[in-house]
Design a protein around this ligand. Structure first.
Ligand SMILES: C[S@@+](CC[C@H](N)C(=O)[O-])C[C@H]1O[C@@H](n2cnc3c(N)ncnc32)[C@H](O)[C@@H]1O
Length: 200
């Protein structure tokens, strides 16, 4: 779709996220306040887009954002004084156990089931044994939430799932539903899945 192609441009994407933010600030607040046991020292943001969540980790020793869109990565690098790398979530080029916190916000509805499993495995692999892996994603809201359903339908990501199907997809890799919805996301419903050895 022509709109999808247009959104691949970092400036257009930034404008869209500013105009249609729908609770993105709440996602950032959730990330900022998330109590990761080792304290967010080394953080990997998978599918980071133009780096919209980087500021939530201003005090982290290391923040790295990866995204398959090289244009977004270039834009994010120029905007934030952090490290951004063009990389596919299904083949993360970091060693096992590199990061304390690995998260993806809004990535999984862009991935097919096979890609989602591969990305979840890779995210888990690069998380330290004592660390936490978080997946935050839009899920299909209840039927009466017509604007939410419409937004999901119009989204560039073609794999918006129900909370149950995303839970089933991620269960094999040890993720559990942590939160059914991040408060203030309406009309989106954003579920949070967590894999954390500290919280069985
Ligand atoms: C909805 S945006 C979310 C961006 C950012 N996380 C945020 O919350 O603002 C989804 C991002 O996932 C990226 N993406 C999609 N498939 C990917 C893949 N296989 N590997 C890495 N990034 C991918 C897209 O380029 C896009 O930047």
């Amino acid at each position: 779709m022509w709109l999808d192609n247009l959104l691949e441009e970092p400036l257009v994407y930034r404008l869209k996220t500013r105009l249609l933010s729908f609770g993105r600030r709440n996602v950032r607040d959730f990330l900022r306040e998330f109590p990761s046991p080792p304290g967010h020292e080394r953080v990997l943001d998978v599918g980071c887009g133009i780096g919209g969540h980087a500021d939530a980790f201003a005090t982290a020793t290391l923040y790295v954002g990866i995204d398959e869109n090289a244009g977004y990565v270039k834009y994010a690098s120029a905007r934030h004084g952090r490290r951004f790398v063009a990389m596919n979530a299904t083949r993360i080029a970091f060693a096992d156990g590199t990061f304390d916190l690995v998260f993806a916000a809004g990535l999984f509805h862009h991935l097919s089931d096979d890609q989602a499993r591969a990305a979840a495995r890779e995210m888990t692999r690069v998380t330290k044994e004592t660390g936490a892996t978080l997946i935050i994603d839009a899920v299909l809201p209840v039927l009466w939430n017509v604007p939410g359903r419409l937004l999901c339908r119009l989204d560039r990501g073609r794999h918006v799932r129900t909370v149950a199907s995303l839970a089933a997809l991620l269960a094999n890799d040890g993720f559990q539903l942590h939160l059914g919805n991040i408060q203030g996301s309406f009309p989106y419903q954003r579920a949070v899945f967590l894999r954390c050895p500290c919280r069985p």
